[in-house]
Design a binder for this molecule. Structure first.
Ligand code: FE
Ligand code: FE
Length: 326
């Protein structure tokens, strides 16, 4: 656990000292009491976001001209950010229930900040599309069209599963488990991969992804603490939680997430070939050059990161091994 400075920007929200998403999510312990509104205003609004309010990236991290030229690389990023912005918008709307149903002030404050975080992610992902040359006045219809299939076949089923639980004031822990374990726990490693893929090719997109990753560490760790403490207080909730997680796992097996994501991974593959000079020494993970990596291999690595992260976090929450029947 990292020690916190009593004043100033906490290291985990400081742009230059924040850990990577995978390490941070595995190693940091944060609580809703600690991550209250004042923490967020200081650490995020005045820390992570300093100089990055409008676009999610600094003025120095520009979008290179090659990202505005039509072609597979630009198409890959547009597809990725378009779909992610729609997911973040959906997350924001759902998080309204968490603010309403939070059982105490620290959790209410925390979820109010998470709601703003997700609203902001949707905004900066969308705005980067304008930086890539999508005309601003067409942006919303453009994104809606782009994400139509994803919305109907992935987001709608997820929401249909989540909504009865997250809107039930009697099942707040179930709601937190859905966000922390079923949704963000599964999607976070894909965000990590995104940061690593775009870092050099589009420094603006790299910064946008880095900022979202800093937020994600907080969402994952605070959510986990809430679940851990709820289970210590009420071990009898465990069977209900196991059922929710099992249903969540089943749902991810059914939705065509991979089918929708892989075409853009192939576009990326084709597009990065034009930038061998820029990428020639860049490793996507230790020992593997991005240029040598393959679409399926990157997808599989994100899945492996998901499992590794889940193992650590589930153990922290007390969900590591099934509890014996009582
Ligand atoms: Fe987000
Ligand atoms: Fe999040």
């Amino acid at each position: 656990m990292t020690t916190q400075k009593p004043t100033g920007i906490p290291p985990e929200t400081d742009w230059s000292t924040a850990p990577g998403l995978l390490d941070g999510a595995k190693e940091l312990i944060l609580t809703p009491e600690h991550c209250n509104l004042a923490y967020w205003l200081r650490g995020v609004a005045q820390g992570t976001l300093a100089g990055r309010v409008d676009t999610g990236h600094s003025a120095q991290a520009a979008t290179p001209e090659h990202m505005r030229e039509p072609g597979p690389l630009r198409d890959a990023l547009i597809h990725e950010l378009g779909l992610r912005s729609v997911s973040e918008e959906r997350a924001t709307r759902i998080l309204g229930h968490y603010v309403t149903n939070a059982p105490n002030i620290p959790q209410m404050e925390f979820f109010a900040t998470q709601l703003v975080d997700e609203t902001r992610h949707a905004m900066v992902f969308r705005r980067h599309l304008v930086e890539l040359g999508i005309p601003e006045k067409e942006l919303l219809t453009y994104v809606a069209d782009l994400a139509d299939d994803y919305r109907k076949r992935v987001l709608d089923p997820l929401e249909e599963f989540a909504l009865p639980i997250v809107s039930d004031p009697e099942d707040f822990i179930g709601a937190v488990a859905i966000f922390t374990i079923v949704v963000e726990g599964v999607l976070a490693p894909a965000a990590e991969l995104s940061e690593r893929k775009w870092d050099l090719l589009d420094p603006a997109a790299g910064e946008i992804a880095h900022g979202a990753a800093i937020d994600e560490i907080r969402h994952l760790t605070v959510g986990s603490t809430i679940i851990r403490e709820a289970l210590i207080e009420n071990p009898g909730y465990r069977p209900r939680l196991d059922r929710i997680l099992e249903q969540g796992r089943q749902l991810w097996n059914e939705v065509p997430d991979k089918e929708i994501v892989m075409p853009r991974e192939h576009l990326f593959q084709e597009g990065m070939r034009a930038h061998t000079d820029l990428l020639k020494e860049y490793e996507v993970w230790p020992g593997r050059l991005l240029l040598d990596s393959l679409p399926d291999e990157r997808y599989a690595m994100a899945e492996q990161w998901t499992d590794e992260m889940a193992d650590v976090r589930m153990a922290y929450m007390g969900l590591g091994t099934p509890q014996p029947e009582r």
